[in-house]
Design a binder for this molecule. Structure first.
Ligand code: 13P
Length: 264
């Protein structure tokens, strides 16, 4: 069975904006207006905006009558309790979030998040009906040493070992090589495609039907120029965009790089 024969929540490629720790009420409003203006004539891609927690209420009110979805950039691995500063999955759902980024390298390195912690957050998102966007990727040293598949494999295997391959059904994995994030040096289409195939094969070996419904995005210095080649690859189901998502014109151009009639 080909991947397009399966029942997916949406057959479209998906472009996700990760605003990281940028924005304020006024700038967010202007940026979203710019997005919505440009996205009026775009039907070939699903679009999601992942905002800092304090702006979830604002993004909900700006997007609730539109076809653009929203999400957060992290969540707690606990349901609730005495966890000062944490934000639960239930709280994200209260503000209409449908997506949550999990295990971004900017968090896992700065806050020492283990693969086990990330796996627990992944499952917490799923239990609440949120679509997790799990970030995986290797450092430059790891790529130069040729161990990138071992590194990414271990990140996936932790979830498979703890929760089974079925956890990946209708989920999203984003391949974000750490050396490509914020450096202006994106992975080549060949490098990305090879890793995307490895990711799908790894999940498929654990649960074939889950792998068929998994979307695999590329993230790391995506811009309007390289998006054309990256998003035209059949193995690349979309993009996770940092810097260029802070400029409506550039973000729209990236969305427009998704080929018409492409299905995942
Ligand atoms: P840049 O697009 O700024 O490289 O960031 C990528 C990223 O980290 C998306 O999550």
């Amino acid at each position: 069975m080909s991947r397009s024969d399966t029942t997916l929540p949406s057959p479209h490629k998906i472009v996700v904006a990760n605003w990281k720790m940028h924005g304020n009420l006024a700038r967010n409003h202007t940026l979203v207006d710019g997005y919505l203006q440009g996205l009026k004539s775009l039907s070939q891609a699903d679009v999601v905006i992942c905002v800092p927690y304090p702006y979830l209420a604002q993004i909900q009110s700006l997007l609730s009558e539109t076809h653009v979805a929203w999400g957060a950039q992290n969540l707690a691995k606990y349901e609730e309790g005495a966890y000062t500063g944490e934000v639960s999955a239930g709280m994200l759902c209260d503000f209409g979030a449908q997506y949550v980024i999990i295990g971004h390298s900017e968090r896992s390195t700065a806050y020492c998040e283990s693969d086990e912690n990330i796996a627990e957050k992944f499952m917490m998102a799923k239990r609440h009906g949120l679509t997790p966007i799990l970030c995986v990727g290797e450092t430059l040293l790891e790529r130069e040493a040729g161990v990138m598949e071992r590194v990414v494999g271990k990140q996936l295997e932790t979830i498979i070992r703890l929760f089974g391959g079925e956890a990946f059904a209708n989920s999203i994995v984003s391949y974000e090589p750490i050396w490509a994030i914020g450096t202006g040096l994106a992975a080549s289409a060949e490098q990305a495609v090879a890793m995307h195939q490895f990711i799908r094969d790894t999940v498929s070996a654990a649960d074939k039907s889950a792998a068929d419904t998994l979307k695999i995005l590329y993230g790391g210095s995506v811009n309007p120029q390289n998006a054309v080649q990256l998003l035209n690859q059949q193995e690349i189901d979309g993009a996770l965009v940092g810097r260029c998502s802070l400029n409506a014109e550039q973000f729209i151009k990236i969305c427009q790089a998704v080929p018409e009639n492409s299905v995942v």
